[in-house]
Design a protein around this ligand. Structure first.
Ligand code: GLN
Ligand code: ZN
Length: 753
């Protein structure tokens, strides 16, 4: 009953984002539930058939989701928030928990481990009474079985589910409630067995982290109990996104039949040493979350090296292919070399099968696949775009001085003299609303309906109106509004050497939202200035200072697929040099304030605490490299958001930006105390209102939040700004909110004397 080739899960948004269009149509009332369910069933069928045709002999089911797999698990375990309980229709109840509506606030959303996927955070409170609702998983199992699919149902395990949930209503740490879930999982195993499942996969990615104490012991206890269920399918406990270390040995001591391991981000040595005895090891040797073609020779070596230490091996991807695009097929613009280096999901399925057959019958049996992989790898190593001497020489010549600016106090004096800003200067984070006109112009340019010149004119008109608005509002430091940017990373990637953009490389970010990350494949250089024209145009329209806007190297890496053939630190420094060139060009063009955004600083933080300092060291260094080429008078800003900053607070100070704007409104300025605690002495702009909601805060409210900030930071170091960029808001909301922000600032200034 063992299998030899599989994947832990696959994408579900549809190769051409069919599910996105269908759910959005359903939300808008354009299609009914039946039509939506038809699209969903078609996506599932196509996905399973593709895996079957590729040659996989065990196929994950129940990895489909209308929105999110954690939300599905909350529904499975009866743990949707009580505030949606009144909604009769089960699908509408589910969507309300995801997106809110009619006075219902949605669940919070946060990053799924260190990926760019966001899951909904289940809320576990004193009133939560767990109960089993297995209709979705049983339904998909029946559907797959009827189609002749060797189906392996997948559910998220109790440790991961509770470990990623949050306590509400004064409830205890959700993990303390795990014994309440055990009977439900037992019942589920029985039901799946009855429905004919031979295997069930229970995902426990939390075992590769040290997010909670005692995870290995907990895993041993829980899976000893679950494997003791008498009538059940065989059990695969699946880990991914890193090395499960002690937890693997713990699982080895339980009665589960199989363990899934990530051998791309984890190590084969741990697996070999884990005492997995007679168990089947599902070996993730094909990278499930990056887009590079597998070195089949190396992967086969890993597999053969392991085969003596474990009961049996099945070949797999390191994680669900949810995190990579569907297929290379639509990428018709790629040159052959580039195409040869890549493997999206479809191509990865073929790699898994080639490896599993080679493992069984010998490499010669798969000679064609292995030869092609070897040729591609050779071409990647020798391609002149991948190793550019000028870029490498420049990196090699860097000295510590390139990563530092003179003392912050001296810089502050120079900047005060040159900028002459009032106390509590007001500004925004960069983007203004992405209006319909902007989107239309960009679309028209893409379709060739207008030329570059007409596009530029349209964007300049947008900039002019944003400048005029900010002058009317009497903001102190203006921005150009970023109308020309489709996305804050893609915009730069499109202009830098070493990147390319895919045509259809969409991956789900959350719910129906997808992103198309650029691919960073070669040495990075900046052939021409990227933002100088727009910023200087904006500056030509006003006497007030206009702040230049750039995206930082860490964020550019975090939101791209990044080359895997050199340390991330080196890639980050290459990007940093390109940004540095842009800052010095901006400075030369007369721009006195430059913001380098790093909203993703927290995101790339390694899952294991022992690895964190090394990451923060290179991340901070790359930011500093990108910002220390300018003179003392030039004021460097940075912006951080989307996170709890506790783990990276020291790094924020080490960035040594002159001004740091930071999300703070929702956490009531707590971040300021954290900054004070580490002796942060530079200027700071804690967001005084939350831009994520359409609600317009009144001046009194903003003044109160400003007073809260003043309790922690002296006026000399304090800026006034919203929490984040304004691109998702309407012009009416933005105008009203910023007017109140300026009024509040004036009131508070008056009290300062
Ligand atoms: N400058 C960017 C903007 O305003 C920053 C976006 C972000 O923080 N994610 O849109
Ligand atoms: Zn932000």
């Amino acid at each position: 009953m063992r299998f030899s080739a599989t994947v832990p899960g696959i994408a579900r948004i549809g190769a051409y984002r069919e599910l996105k269009r269908a759910v959005e149509g359903y939300w808008a009332g354009r299609i009914d539930r039946t039509a939506l369910e038809e699209v969903a069933a078609r996506i599932r069928r196509t996905g399973w058939q593709e895996l079957l045709t590729a040659g996989l002999d065990s196929i994950p089911v129940n990895t489909f989701s209308y929105y999110d797999q954690m939300l599905d698990t909350a529904a499975l375990l009866g743990a949707l928030p009580p505030r949606v309980a009144g909604i009769d229709d089960d699908l509408d109840r589910y969507f309300a928990a995801a997106r809110g509506g009619d006075g219902v606030t949605p669940l919070e959303m946060t990053k799924w481990f260190d990926t760019n996927y966001h899951y909904l955070v289940p809320e576990i409170g004193p009133d939560t009474v767990f109960s089993l609702h297995p209709d979705k998983v049983l339904g998909e199992l029946a559907e797959a079985t009827a189609q002749g699919i060797p189906a392996r149902p997948v559910v998220i395990g109790p440790i991961t589910f509770l470990g990623l949930s949050k306590a509400v209503g004064g409830g205890a740490d959700p993990l303390t409630r795990i014994d309440e879930l055990l009977p439900l999982y037992r019942e589920l195993l029985g039901a799946l067995k009855q429905a004919g499942a031979q295997w069930v996969q229970i995902d426990e990615p939390i075992l590769v982290t040290d997010a909670h104490d005692g995870l290995p012991d907990l895993a041993e206890r829980i899976y000893t109990e679950l494997s003791a269920v008498p009538e059940r399918p065989e059990l695969l406990v699946q880990t991914y996104f890193g090395d499960a270390r002690e937890a693997l040995a713990a699982l080895g001591r339980t009665g589960v039949e199989a363990v899934g391991v990530d051998l791309v981000y984890g190590s084969a040595e741990t697996v070999a040493a884990a005492g997995l005895g007679e168990k089947l090891v599902v070996a993730g040797v094909v990278d499930g979350r990056n887009i590079w073609r597998t070195d089949l020779d190396a992967a086969l070596e890993t597999l053969t090296g392991l085969s003596g230490a474990v009961g049996a091996l099945a070949v797999s991807t390191s994680c669900s292919t949810l995190h990579v695009p569907y297929s290379l097929e639509p990428e018709t613009d790629l040159d052959d070399a580039l195409r040869g280096w890549l493997a999206f999901a479809s191509e990865k399925f073929a790699e898994v099968v080639a490896l599993s057959r080679a493992l069984e019958h010998g490499r010669a049996y798969q000679a064609k696949a292995f030869d092609a992989a070897r040729d591609a790898l050779a071409s990647r190593t020798t391609d002149p775009r991948v190793h550019v001497a000028a870029v490498r020489d420049r990196l090699a010549a860097l000295t510590p001085a390139d990563f530092a600016r003179p003392e912050a106090a001296g810089r502050r004096e120079s900047q005060q003299a040159s900028l002459g800003l009032p106390q509590l200067p007001t500004t925004t984070i960069g983007s203004f609303p992405q209006t319909v006109d902007i989107r239309k112009a960009r679309q028209a340019l893409r379709k060739g309906e207008i030329d570059g010149e007409a596009y530029r004119t349209a964007m300049e008109a947008e900039i002019a109106s944003v400048i005029k608005l900010q002058e009317e509002l009497e903001l102190d430091v203006l921005v150009h509004g970023e109308p020309e940017r489709n996305d804050m990373v893609q915009y730069f990637a499109e202009q830098l050497d070493g990147f390319f953009a895919t045509a259809n490389g969409w991956v789900q970010s959350y719910g129906s939202r997808c992103v198309r990350p650029p691919i960073l494949y070669g040495d990075v250089a900046r052939p021409d200035p990227m933002t100088v024209g727009w910023i200087t145009h904006a500056q030509s329209l006003t006497q007030r200072p206009v702040k230049g806007m750039l995206t930082g190297p860490v964020t550019i890496l975090a939101w791209s697929f990044v080359r895997d053939d050199q340390p991330l630190a080196d890639t980050a420094n290459q990007v940093a040099l390109a940004i540095r060139d842009e800052t010095t060009d901006l400075e030369r063009a007369g721009v006195g304030i430059i913001q380098v955004d790093e909203p993703a600083l927290r995101e790339l933080l390694p899952l294991r605490s022992a690895d964190r300092q090394a990451y923060l060291d290179w991340a901070v260094a790359a930011f500093r490299l990108s910002t220390s080429g300018v003179a003392d008078e030039t004021q460097i800003h940075t912006h951080l958001c989307y996170s709890e900053f506790g783990d990276v607070i020291g790094a924020i100070a080490d960035l040594d930006a002159d001004v740091t704007s930071i999300e703070a409104a929702r956490s009531h300025m707590e971040v300021l105390d954290d900054l004070n605690a580490i002796g942060f002495g530079n200027e700071v702009g804690p967001g005084v209102y939350d831009i994520h909601s359409p609600r317009v805060p009144d001046a009194g409210e903003i003044a109160a939040s400003l007073q809260e900030a003043l309790a922690a930071v002296p006026a000399q170091r304090l800026w006034v700004n919203p929490d984040c960029g304004l691109k998702t808001r309407t012009t009416a909301e933005v105008t009203a909110a910023l007017r109140n922000l300026v009024t509040a600032t004036k009131q508070v200034r008056a009290t300062l004397g």
